[in-house]
Design a protein around this ligand. Structure first.
Ligand SMILES: NC(=O)c1ccc[n+]([C@@H]2O[C@H](COP(=O)([O-])OP(=O)(O)OC[C@H]3O[C@@H](n4cnc5c(N)ncnc54)[C@H](O)[C@@H]3O)[C@@H](O)[C@H]2O)c1
Length: 252
């Protein structure tokens, strides 16, 4: 991919799944990456696996719901790699107990606001000044097809994911003229550890049948889209919400 060699980025929530696959892909493209995760050992493991490419990765602890922790991640990128060119804000969680609106407890909603919405707000506040200093940069936020899918079984996850979209558009509109790009990826069903453990073989087969691309998603499918948006090949993509899902949802 054009222009990723030597770039410096952060993958927040990069300890496993889509984040870890993205660290690997970015390093293989020659980017240097700070990997943050609430599970510090996962972050270090993902960084070790990623560093086998030409780029280098460092794994650190991150609590994405805390401003100081997000700032420490950015400071580390500047200290260890000399600046910041992109931020892949991938982390999510707290969905346990998230059911329909009449039965979803308030604390479950609040927890998801913190993890799935506020973390991206804080990441942007921490990273934007460092990117502006660099003369530009790219935010790649991870939302979900669930944000627009209309789920009967879950209320807070789609709400808190959807809130990322206007954040990305705000950043693109306000700081686009200063060289900042800001986009969202909405994955469809991607077979990560987090997802696969909840699916029976029957469910997997059923979902495969409903996917026009005739297979389920792999973390590498999302990693490829992130790498594109972080690279100079993505230079004219700004303020967009991309659905990467093998065709399960088809949106304008
Ligand atoms: N896998 C899918 O089918 C799918 C579909 C749609 C959207 N997504 C989104 O893609 C992203 C990655 O999904 P995944 O399946 O790889 O999930 P995952 O649970 O494997 O990865 C999320 C990572 O975020 C970390 N994390 C959670 N809370 C954190 C916090 N407060 N601070 C720092 N790190 C924290 C976790 O430890 C984990 O490593 C998520 O945003 C998810 O909502 C996934």
């Amino acid at each position: 991919m054009r222009g990723l060699e030597g770039k410096v980025g952060i993958v927040a929530g990069g300890g496993r799944g889509i984040g870890a696959a993205t660290v690997k892909r970015l390093c293989a493209e020659g980017a240097h990456v700070i990997v943050g995760d609430i599970q510090e050992d996962w972050a270090k493991e993902a960084a070790k696996a990623g560093s086998q490419g030409s780029g280098k990765a460092i794994g650190v602890h991150l609590d994405g719901t805390k401003a100081a922790s997000q700032q420490a991640l950015v400071d580390q990128a500047v200290k260890d790699f000399g600046g910041l060119d992109f931020f892949h804000s991938n982390l999510a969680g707290g969905t346990e107990g998230d059911v329909d609106i009449l039965n979803c407890p308030e604390d479950v909603f609040d927890r998801q606001v913190a993890i799935n919405t506020k973390s991206h707000f804080l990441a942007t506040q921490a990273a934007l000044p460092a990117m502006l200093e660099r003369g530009g940069g790219s935010f790649i936020y991870v939302s979900s097809g669930a944000a627009s899918g209309g789920a009967a079984w879950q209320v807070a996850y789609p709400m808190t994911k959807n809130a990322i979209h206007p954040l990305a558009r705000h950043v693109a509109r306000k700081w686009g003229p200063k060289g900042i790009r800001s986009n969202v990826i909405c994955p469809g069903l991607i077979m990560t550890e987090a997802v696969a453990q909840h699916l029976s073989d029957e469910q997997v087969e059923g979902m495969q049948k409903q996917t026009p691309s005739a297979r389920l998603g792999h973390p590498d499918d999302i990693a490829a889209a992130v790498a594109f948006l972080a690279s100079d090949d993505g230079a004219f993509v700004n303020g967009q919400v991309w659905h990467v899902n093998g065709g399960t949802q088809m949106r304008d």
